[in-house]
Design a protein around this ligand. Structure first.
Ligand code: MN3
Length: 241
């Protein structure tokens, strides 16, 4: 079965979105074989900018995706330049192998590569009206955190208490266990060789136009648009990896 067929028949919702190097990867293929004119690219959203209204407003989505995320992609491409040892890797591999990135480029990759990976996951784990939490990830959340509600509560608490700019994460860690924590700035769990399966952006640019200083209101609203079905697919893929 060639890659194209796998993508067509692989049946995961992930596969339909982007042409991907790894069919289980969420992240956009960043160039064609032998074509080094393009590198990392902004992924298309699966929904319109206004599709998450009223929870996340159109203007925020538009600026966040087309300006902020595009900015990370542009700066990442500028940082890796024509260093093919770097630019030919998937964004996950680039971050997981951060110690192999030359020191002068490393911070730019952490910040902008992190920004690219983090936002790509963020967009894909939202969907208009949300989707049901079930499947293996639900079982594992219950087993790890005592109950689904406790797991969600822990995630929300981390997101609400993050000081300054950062993210809340649900990850599959290097021991293949679920873990919830926050990171500062655009620091990606991939830097720890953890696989993020759900991420929430709590930078002010993610909510300020609609919610101003009311981060808690944004976080509560976001819970209406979580694509748990995708989170489960991410979990299953991370456990197989
Ligand atoms: Mn952001």
């Amino acid at each position: 079965m060639n890659r194209r067929n796998f993508l067509m028949t692989g049946s995961t919702a992930i596969a339909g979105i982007f042409a991907v190097k790894n069919p289980l990867s969420l992240y956009a293929e960043h160039h064609e074989e032998g074509d080094h004119t393009q590198s990392y690219e902004l992924p298309k959203l699966r929904y319109a900018y206004d599709a998450l209204e009223p929870h996340i407003d159109k203007r925020t989505m538009e600026i966040h995706h087309s300006k902020h995320h595009q900015g990370y992609v542009n700066k990442l491409n500028a940082a890796v330049g024509d260093n093919h040892d770097l630019a030919d890797q998937s964004i996950e591999d680039l971050l997981r192998n951060i110690d192999k990135v030359p020191e002068k480029t490393r911070l730019a990759v952490v910040n902008n590569g992190g920004g690219h990976a983090n936002h790509t996951l963020f967009w894909s784990t939202m969907i208009p009206n949300g989707s049901q939490l079930s499947g293996k990830v639900a079982e594992e959340m219950q087993a790890t955190f005592g109950s689904i509600d406790k797991a969600k509560e822990e995630f929300v608490t981390i997101a609400k208490s993050q000081f300054g700019s950062g993210w809340a994460w649900l990850v599959v860690n290097d021991k293949k266990k679920l873990q919830i924590y926050g990171t500062k700035n655009q620091d990606s769990p991939h830097l720890l060789k953890h696989t993020p399966i759900l991420g929430l952006d709590v930078w002010e640019h993610a909510y300020y136009l609609k919610y101003q200083n009311r981060r808690a209101d944004y976080i509560n609203a976001w819970q209406n648009v979580v694509n748990w079905k995708q989170v489960n697919l991410n979990y299953v893929a991370a456990m197989k990896a």
